[in-house]
Write a protein that binds this ligand. Sequence first.
Ligand code: HEM
Length: 511
Amino acid sequence: MYSHSSTYYVVTCLATMALLLLSLGIRRHRRLNRPRGPKPWPIIGNLNLIGVHPHRSIHELSKKYGEIMQLKFGSQNVVVGSSVEMAKIFLKTQDLNFVCRPQTAAGKYTTYNNSDMMWAPYGAYWRQTRKMSQMVLFSTKRVESYEYIRVEERNSLLKSIFESVGKVIVLKDLLSTASFNVISRMVLGKRYLDESEDSIVSPDEFKKMLDELFLLNGVFNIGDFIPWIGFMDLQGYVRRMKALSKKFDPFLEHVLDEHNQRRMEEGEKFVATDMVDLLLQIADDPEHDVKIERDGVKAFTQDLLAGGTESSTIIIEWAICEMLKKPETFQKANEELDRVIGKNRWVQEKDMPNLPYIKAIAIEVMRLHPVAPLLSPRRAREDCKVAGYDISQGTRVLVSAWTIMRDPKLWDKPEEFCPERFIGKEIDIKGNDFKLLPFGAGRRMCPGYNLGLKAVEGTLANLLHGFTWTLPNTITRDNLNMEDVFGLSTPKKIPLLTVAQSRLPLDMYHL
Ligand code: HEM
């Protein structure tokens, strides 16, 4: 009897508590003022509305639901900001609350469990990676001190193009070899992909690996949003991530082994000469505040190699593509180059302030073809309010730079490639002007913008100075394919085929 009544009492209490919690939950739920958005389906949420080009799907949805919109990807809340005002809130005013990255399969499988800078959660480790990269790679002094490397590799690029004059070339291949050589000499101390070396991976294979890395780090992997079906890997992305990691790892191991060996051989006399040397020193230092393991060194190195190769390559490819569609831009560029540089020397980095049209081409291309149209995803660290709406902790936050940079309220004929729009204007692309965000903004802004910009402007200027560019006979301006592929970067789907002709005196090509 006693036991019966106590059970009754406990059940009654639990039921009352459940009702109370439920009603509180409902009330709390009711009180939450969420941004507008499409009604989610059970299980998939709004994933049915996201097509193969997520930036375009989100752009269309933003037009319908406004500058701040709430979506649901599987069970995950996603908020998208798509105006200057919203970008300013997410990336500046409340940046500290949105400085974290969501946890993804890509971070887990392709960057040694988020040990790199890109996917590292906010905290001491991530801060340390930013500090180190600033110190050893991205400071103005460092970037300038490596100009000789950029000049040497640019000369090799110009020479290879000259050797193929009149023939159809895949521009992207030549560009990415040049970019990779620059970054690998800065980060690893030497070229690692020379065919002649007993290299661990061929240049072609490595380029494919980089493309795959960028693609897989940007894809919408269903398992990230509906974790309980993650094990099925319905899109096959996780399988590809694991396979990719197996290809990168031996290359990175080889790089680290070589560096460690030199360190051992030189003993006391050893002086760190590149970034991997420095990272390994930090990793071995027991006194260092934040411990960086061998995996961290590999992940961080991979980040910089990838970031330094892919972005500038795809921007330059898009630039030549847009110009081929609008040939009068070549004439204007050539006129400026002939007037400022003349025909008897190549463009140097210090010439850039005197080449406003070339600079405007680079900016216009980054506006129309941002490397990261939704920037990189962020995550709310705490519940907060944005523009009067409630954003819950853990919400994934996207800033649609694509929408902002094509907003007809901000840009005249936004879909048109028109470098002239920037002539005579004060322009900031380094995260202070929220209508132009090719490098993002705030604490997670691209740390490599200085280097990236130099690579894009310097290479583009010399490609235009040294050569005229046309399409192969089989392709016309009108049927030139301009489709892109969405990933962590957004390259052309079909690499550009083009034909170069020299436009300077022949002795200029004896580089
Ligand atoms: C023109 C060239 C480049 C463009 C357009 C570009 C663009 C971007 C963008 C849009 C982001 C995301 C920023 C955000 O979410 O707010 C980013 C992040 C990043 N970029 Fe770049 N990037 C370029 C060059 C580079 C270079 C040269 C490197 C390295 C050598 C690099 C390494 C990184 C890294 C590591 C991150 C992640 C930073 C973090 O999460 O803390 N990028 N980049």
